[in-house]
Design a binder for this molecule. Sequence first.
Ligand SMILES: [Mg+2]
Length: 226
Amino acid sequence: MVSGNAKLDISHIRLSDRPLLVCDVDDVVLQFIDPFQLYLKSLGHEFLPRSFRLHGNVVSLADGLELEDQHVSQLILEFFEAQESWQTPIDPVVSTLERLSKSADILFLTAMPPQFSAHRRRLLDSVGLTFPLLASEQPKGPIVQALHGGRDLPVIFIDDMARNLHSVKEHVAECLLIHLMPNSPVHRFAPSAAEDIARARDWMHAAELINQHLATDTVKRVNPAA
Ligand SMILES: [Mg+2]
């Protein structure tokens, strides 16, 4: 069986009685598209932002020919293997999550083949992002549902991909969803998220939306009629 299809083990994740903030990693916490383009250039290839996909948009710098899908898939895997030499945090995610961690549990949910978890763990730890990490290529909605269960506590999910936000929306109705993506040429082709999903300009804005949500929830708990 392909490891990506195996049921994700979340039994080691211990949540406290606090709100839960689930963050995607690539292009939300760590830069992905920019360093991936530099990585491709270092190998004599180029990514052309012609649509919101990697496959079909990588060409050889030597002759301009499109790389086959299988080759692009292999390059993505090799990039994840080499991520510690290429990927850096998106500013100011480190200080923002540090502040948010005073009032919420934070968990990274990364859509990356699980065999690169140790590489990603080392990279996140090296920049002070020591929050728990789950790597899975399965839909994110059922994972967030399994993590949060029926807890009567706020839950928040941040991702740059509309399909992940929609998956969580479908499975965890009460979740605050935040669409956060880099202002890159390829993200201009990104499918837009449903209208009721909040769009954050950057991490400062995302923190404002989260703090507002947590404050509103506290008011409701103190005064359910509010
Ligand atoms: Mg992402």
